[in-house]
Design a protein around this ligand. Structure first.
Ligand SMILES: [Zn+2]
Length: 231
């Protein structure tokens, strides 16, 4: 599916508009944890379900899909089985991103037949523009910039955190050594301070880097183990 280029600020503003519309609908302000399923079901008027994608399509690596014409969002059964609320919510928010940003392009996709209006999201396509945009939308929806910045300031201070080494050396209960390997501690601190209880620590550390609040000055990549995906 070909989609036009969108600046990050544009996607951020579109996600903020969705939340503003949701707030207007419920007649109350919203704060993290963002009730993403309710936003999707009541505000965007889409249905949510689960599917065994391996069984349905015969290939691995599908996390979710949206059937635009039917207004249906599916997440893979495995996400439910993993009890990973963070990954599940991110998948739902990602599919909501396709709805908001891309539904009008679906029927024009190169490989589509007239009756095909679904977007199947495969891990291997994560860097393609439509997938990247939906991921960024999901991050903006679940972790609005003002809430992340406020949590960061309360938790870490006014200045960006520079990750400057690769070695673990915690030097006190309240002080977090800003080394790459301590990223889960940094993410958990933001999670607790900002109420991002339905977002994974992985998604939080990526968001912090995108917003320039955490800067990795080392050559080491921030890596994670499967267990750390969970919220
Ligand atoms: Zn996708």
């Amino acid at each position: 599916m070909k989609v036009p280029w969108l600046p990050k600020s544009g996607i951020e503003a579109i996600a903020a508009d969705v939340l503003a519309g949701y707030e207007e609908m419920i007649g109350a302000p919203v704060a993290p944890p963002i009730p993403v399923e309710d936003v999707i079901e009541r505000y965007l008027d889409l249905r949510i379900g689960f599917m065994d994608f391996k069984k349905t399509y015969g290939f691995h690596g599908v996390l979710g899909a949206i059937y635009v014409k039917d207004r249906l969002i599916y997440a893979d059964n495995a996400l439910l089985a993993d009890h990973s609320e963070g990954r599940l919510n991110f998948t739902f928010a990602h599919e909501a991103g396709h709805w908001v940003l891309h539904r009008k392009f679906v029927t024009h996709a190169e490989d589509s037949r007239a009756e095909r209006t679904e977007i199947i999201c495969r891990k291997k396509d994560a860097k393609k523009p439509a997938e990247w945009q939906a991921d960024f939308f999901a991050a903006c929806l679940l972790m609005p910039e003002k809430w992340i910045k406020s949590a960061f300031e309360k938790s870490m201070g006014a200045r960006p955190l520079l990750l400057h080494n690769e070695q673990r050396s915690l030097s006190g209960f309240l002080y977090i050594e800003p080394c790459v390997c301590n990223w889960p501690i940094i993410a958990r601190s933001i999670q607790n301070t900002g109420g991002f209880s339905n977002v994974s620590k992985q998604a939080i550390i990526i968001r912090l880097q995108e917003l320039g609040l955490v800067i990795n000055e080392t050559t080491a990549e921030i890596g994670w183990h499967r267990k750390q995906f969970a919220t």
